[in-house]
Design a protein around this ligand. Sequence first.
Ligand code: PGA
Length: 250
Amino acid sequence: MRKPIFAGNWKMYKNPKESVEYLDQFLPMLEGHEASEILLFPTATSLSTVMDRIQGTVVRAGAQTMHWRNEGPYTGQTSPTMLTSIGTTHVLLGHSERRLYANETYEHVNLKLKAAIAHKLVPVLCLGEMLADRNDGYTKDTLLAQMGAALSNLTASAVRNLVIAYEPVWAVGTGSIATPEVANEAHGMIRDELRDLFGNNLADSIRILYGGSVRPENSAKMLEQPEIDGLLIGGASLDPKSFAAIIHNS
Ligand code: PGA
C-alpha cells in the first residue's frame, strides 16, 4: 500500500505573514487527518515561519529547490544543511520551471538528488515532457532520459524514500490537465523504469504524484487511477479551502 501524498507548491507566492494566515485557516481543516501525507513547499523566505507553525501538526514542509553544496560562494543559493537546520524534511527537485527558467540541467538535478539523500531530505523529483515531445511521440524517451540522468549512480537503498512527480510541462499552470488515462500511462512508464533500475520492491513502494492543473473538481478522477499515488498542486494549493477540498474529495 502506497500512502497518498498531497503536496502544495506555492511557487513565488505568499510572504511569511500570508503563510501564517493561510495556515491559520488550513490546519484546522486537517485536524486528525491520517489518510494521506500533506506537504507544503513555500518560498524560501516563508519556509522557516511555516516550519515553526506546522510543528505538532500532520503537515510537513520542504524547499522548492536547493544547491548541492553545504556552503560556498554561490550567491542566491540555499544549501541542504541550511534547510535541515530549520527542520525541513522535504525538497522539490527538477521542477519544470527551474529547468526552464533557472537553467537547471539533468546533471544539476542528479547532484541535488544525491545531496538531498546524503542529508536525509526526502526528494520530490519532478519529471515531465514538453508538448512538442508528446506530439512527436517522445514522451517515454524524455521521461526515461530525465530519470536516467537524475538517478544515475544511486542505489536502491539510497532512493528508498524518493517521491516522483510526473508533471507534463504542457499541463503545469495552463489549466489543461492531462486526462486520467494519459497520466496513468506515463506513471506506468516511470514505474516500469523504476522496476528495471531498482527491482520490484522499490518500484512498488515509490509514490508517483501527478501534477499540472489539478483542481478540486478534477482531483478525485486522477486518484482513481492505479498508478497515481497523490498530487502535486500549484495554483489550487494557494487557497487553503481549495487545497483542503482536494485532500478531502480524494
Ligand atoms: P499547477 O502547478 O497546479 O498550477 O498547474 C503544478 C506545479 O507546478 O507543481
